[in-house]
Write a protein that binds this ligand. Structure first.
Ligand code: GDP
Ligand code: GDP
Length: 454
């Protein structure tokens, strides 16, 4: 019985550990099949092989607490960051670039039995540019016979190659000693690493500035090259580090590849918007602040809400704004957004870059709300007070009684109320308003459903 399952589920996720100084971050970087996952498992001391035979399988976790000779650090395994892009080299380079930018030191893994490939060289260039400490790991040196192969990796110009066998454990101790020497004791990052990149969609009607915004926010960080077979193909999703965290901007190919105005273009644009929203956890709806809001803008905002995704509204082209018009405009915007007063709004200019740094904090606020779970006890205490202060109106001499409520899910928060009768829409809206006033939920849609119990 689904209802009983809901009742059993309390879902209090209390984190016993308080905030601590951020641990230094060691990222394991390298092209596929060099043995990164095997090495991560070895460092974490996991006996069972968690190596994925199935490429493209997305592990839900990419950073792990680890320890070596009494030093604690965060180990980042980029193998879990599968982004769906054309061209494997571009993908490796993107993942490596983001991992490097988040890391305090890097374990760069090369397969000694294969030697340095073009992709390896590409990663070396990224490492040089980043200037982070690097430990060069020559993996698959299972025995002395392969030692000579490892020595050829001096040619990469990253210093001494450390020959190891991630599979058998040979040489890993010495290599980790070197890594600990390279790793600072405290992270340069002020924040703890998340478990994986969060997925963002930039949506909005044509010409609101999606492509300009993408270039402004993502452009400078992005790896553009994909020289596999001389083709230049747009990655579908782009992985970038912003504010010390990895983010995936989904379906960016459609934004970058300007579609010509042909018949049916609107239809495809709308399909693409829907697809991008579905793939994302949070959507930024861009609106052109220099023009009155249109029905299409409202429809796109509604698409995000209906899909149950977190939302940020960005009023772009603010540089075109006449300061005299501003008070008037603020009132107009408030009216336009009356249905989504709960969404964070940022006024930005993709052209000048003005306030674009406010986008990431807004995304984070919305996602945090989207992830929020209200413990069942607190929720019922809240409802008890709400009902006592403002009971459901009497209808035909009857009054439905609220028995119990629980948050059935997060992402977005969904609430189920068990009651003795149907609750009026107005009363449900009242509950939603009070839920938002009490618990925040800035930037996330929430839903309330009612199950009638006799
Ligand atoms: P990743 O794609 O870089 O994460 O690579 P994996 O850890 O999945 O390893 C790719 C393959 O190389 C697997 O079949 C591993 O068993 C194998 N492998 C990893 N490390 C070693 C090693 O030290 N020696 C040998 N002989 N094989 C290894
Ligand atoms: P998209 O169709 O949503 O990807 O929109 P584009 O990024 O291609 O922008 C459409 C037009 O608006 C281009 O001419 C941009 O230069 C311009 N534009 C985009 N953002 C801004 C902005 O913040 N201020 C101004 N003044 N123009 C902008």
């Amino acid at each position: 019985d689904e209802d009983l399952a809901l009742l059993d589920h309390d879902g209090d996720d209390v984190d016993a550990e308080g905030p601590a100084a951020p641990l230094p971050v060691l990222a394991v970087v390298g092209r596929p099949n060099v043995g990164k996952s095997t090495l991560v498992n070895r460092i974490l001391g996991r006996r069972e092989a968690v190596v994925e035979d199935n490429p493209g399988v997305t592990r839900d976790r990419v950073s792990y607490p680890a320890e070596w000779s009494g030093r604690r650090f965060t180990l980042v395994d980029t193998g879990g960051w599968e982004v769906d892009v054309a061209g494997i080299d571009a993908r490796v380079a993107q993942q490596a670039e983001v991992a490097i930018s988040l890391a305090d030191a890097v374990l760069f893994v090369v397969d000694a039995t294969v030697g340095a490939t073009d992709t390896d060289e590409q990663v070396v260039r990224l490492l040089r540019r980043a200037g982070k400490p690097v430990v060069l790991v020559a993996n698959k040196v299972d025995g002395p016979a392969v030692e000579a192969d490892a020595a050829t990796l001096w040619g990469l110009g990253l210093g001494e190659p450390h020959p190891i066998s991630a599979l058998h454990g040979r040489g890993t101790g010495d290599m980790l000693d070197a890594a600990m020497d390279a790793l600072p004791t405290v992270s340069a990052h002020g924040v703890a690493l998340p478990d994986g990149p969060r997925r963002v969609a930039l949506v909005g009607r044509p010409n609101v500035g999606k492509s300009s915004m993408l270039n402004k926010v993502v452009g400078s960080e992005r790896v553009v090259v994909d020289d596999t077979a001389g083709t230049t193909r747009d990655p579908v999703d782009e992985l970038v580090a912003l504010g010390g965290k990895p983010w995936v901007f989904v379906d960016t190919a459609g934004i970058r590849r300007r579609v010509h105005q042909t018949s049916g273009a609107d239809f495809y644009a709308s399909l693409r918007t829907q697809a991008a929203i579905e793939k994302a956890e949070v959507a930024v709806v861009l609106v052109d602040a220099s023009q009155p809001m249109t029905e299409q803008d409202t429809r796109i905002i509604q698409q995000v809400i209906d899909a149950g995704r977190a939302l940020v509204v960005a009023y772009n082209k603010w540089d075109l704004m006449d300061e005299d018009r501003r008070p008037y405009l603020e009132r107009e915007i408030e009216q336009d957004l009356v249905q989504v007063q709960w969404a964070p709004r940022v006024n930005v200019s993709a052209r000048t870059g003005w306030h674009t740094d406010r986008l990431v904090p807004a995304l984070e606020r919305s996602l945090e709300s989207w992830d929020t779970r209200i413990p069942t006890g607190r929720l019922n205490a809240f409802l008890g007070e709400l009902v006592a202060a403002h009971p459901h109106p009497l209808r035909g001499g009857k009054q439905p009684r609220i028995l119990f409520a629980t948050q059935a899910s997060t992402r977005p928060p969904r609430f189920v109320i068990f009651a003795t009768g149907f609750l009026e829409p107005g009363y449900r809206r009242y509950i939603e308003r009070r839920l938002r006033e009490t618990f925040g939920f800035e930037g996330t849609p929430i839903t309330i459903s009612v199950r009638v119990r006799e």
